[in-house]
Every structure is written in C-alpha cells, then in structure tokens.
Design a protein around this ligand. Sequence first.
Ligand SMILES: Nc1ncnc2c1ncn2[C@@H]1O[C@H](COP(=O)(O)OP(=O)(O)OP(=O)(O)O)[C@@H](O)[C@H]1O
Length: 300
Amino acid sequence: MRANPSDLAVRVRGLRKVYGDLNAVDGIDLDIARGETFALLGPNGAGKSTTVEILEGYRHRTGGEVSVLGVDPAHARLDWKARLGIVLQSTGESGQYTVREQLSHFARFYPNPRKVGEVIAAVGLERQANTRIGKLSGGQQRRVDVALAIVGRPELLFLDEPTTGFDPEARHEFWGLIEELKSEGTTILLTTHYLDEAARLGDRGGVIVGGRLIAVGRIDELGGAEARIPLVRWYDEAGVRREERTERPAERVVELARQLGEPRELEVIRPSLEDVYLGLVHAAGSPSPAPESAKEEEPA
Ligand SMILES: Nc1ncnc2c1ncn2[C@@H]1O[C@H](COP(=O)(O)OP(=O)(O)OP(=O)(O)O)[C@@H](O)[C@H]1O
C-alpha cells in the first residue's frame, strides 16, 4: 500500500527493540491508514506487544522511525495521548469504584468525551453500572477496560488481545461494538490470537514471527493466493492418506467418487485465515540473536 503520509495513522520504518540478547523487534516497516483496522498476528513472544507498546509511547525503541498520528511517541505530550484509546493486555483497573464512577472520572480527562451512559450501554454493562469493578467477572472487567479506552472518543484505538476471557456471546457483542467504532472512522490496531476475530474485524493484517513482519496485506489475501487454494483430502484404496490442492474441488471429488466409490474420510478444506497463518508461522522458523553492538538492558 502506498499512502500519503498525512493519511497514515501509523508509520513505522526499521523499528528495532533489543532486550539483552534478544532482537524482540527486528526491523519492522508498517503503515496503517486512517480509518483502517489492522490486525497484528503472531505466536507468543513474537514481538507484538513490544511493537504496540512502542507505538503507544510506553516503551523506548532501540532504533527506527515511528510516527503515530503524526507524532513520535518517544517525544509525545499529553494532548497526543488524549487522541489514543488503549486496551492493554492485562487490566490494571482499581476495584474500589463502580463502573459509572470510574468512567465518569476518566471522561473528565478528555476534551470531547462520549456520554458515560452510552459507553456503558455500548459495552453491555448497564446492569453492572453501579457495581464495584472488583466484584465483576474477568470478562466484565475486560469490558470496563474497553469502555475506558473509548470514552475519550479516540482517533486511534489499540486493542491488545481485547477478548481474552470473554464467553462466545460477549465476543460477538464486542465485535459488533468494534464494527460500530470502525464505521465512525476510528483507526484500530488489534492484536489477537483469535484468527476468527482478526478475519472478522481486520481490513489488513500482518504476521510477526521472531520480531520480523513476515507477511502483510489485506486480511483476506494474507499469505498469497496459493495458500488459499482449496484442499481435497481422502484415503486411497491402500489406506494411504492423500491430499491435493485444486481450484476445482467439486470436479476432483466427482472423479474420486467415480474411481473409489465413497472415498474414506473425504474432505474439502477451504483454508481459513487460521490455516494460512499456521502455514506462514511454520515456514518462518525462529528468532535471530542480537548483534553485540545493539545490546541494551531493559528495566522491568
Ligand atoms: N521487559 C522485557 N525484558 C526482557 N525481555 C522482554 C521484555 N518484554 C518482552 N520481552 C521478550 O521479548 C519478546 C517479545 O515479547 P512480546 O511481549 O512483545 O511478545 P508478544 O508477541 O506480544 O507475545 P504474546 O502473544 O505472548 O503476548 C519475548 O521473547 C519476551 O520474552
């Protein structure tokens, strides 16, 4: 994608982060257009949170250029922070205030906040509005995190594994909320291990492995056309498992039925984002060690 820099919410070039001997982020280039939802995917320890926390201004980088809403997060001021909404991976919410009190308190920090009652309704916590946060379930506390992140009407919303601990119904409701924010023009950077979530919400996505972005593109094109060709699987007469990629799986199935009658455990698989992702991660291998000159100690 080639975009005018002013249309970009996030522009990253050659981003690096070294912890001791580890290249946690190893030369990432990334553009996220305004209004886009970008899903950052990758296995545990791949460097997603480190990247996101650098963009949020919570972590120093070792090298590279970063611009978020036109500002370098390493030198950003409070008015820049007010344009962001952040849902961190772990919740840090204090439990002694009610949902409404906490939201009303934080809404005051922003120049143009949403109405607290609307935010509570949007995250589905109307019945818990006057409950102390410490008494909510894990999934409900996560909704409070999301509510706090959107109350300031952010231009750019960071969602780091936002639906971990949600039951399936809550996840679907949450997706509806994110789709509404998208339709209002909010730019979203989402990290998630749920590939169905990434496929549903993401416009574009990237896969990080070992600190490197190994694939980036439209979410439904990630991994290339080849990786999405349907797969036909069956057992032949000798009981050997066979598989074949074909653009015309129905034709292949008819041929097989003609040859074998009812082939054992015949399957037609249309690769999902999860299949494509697993193929990419498997092919990418493991991280590289840091060069001596780049070593840096990281405080906790
Ligand atoms: N403060 C730190 N000091 C030293 N190493 C760190 C620190 N924070 C993260 N790391 C290491 O950097 C690597 C990248 O971690 P990061 O948290 O960015 O991965 P992630 O992709 O977000 O993983 P997950 O999906 O598990 O959240 C990991 O190997 C991790 O152990």
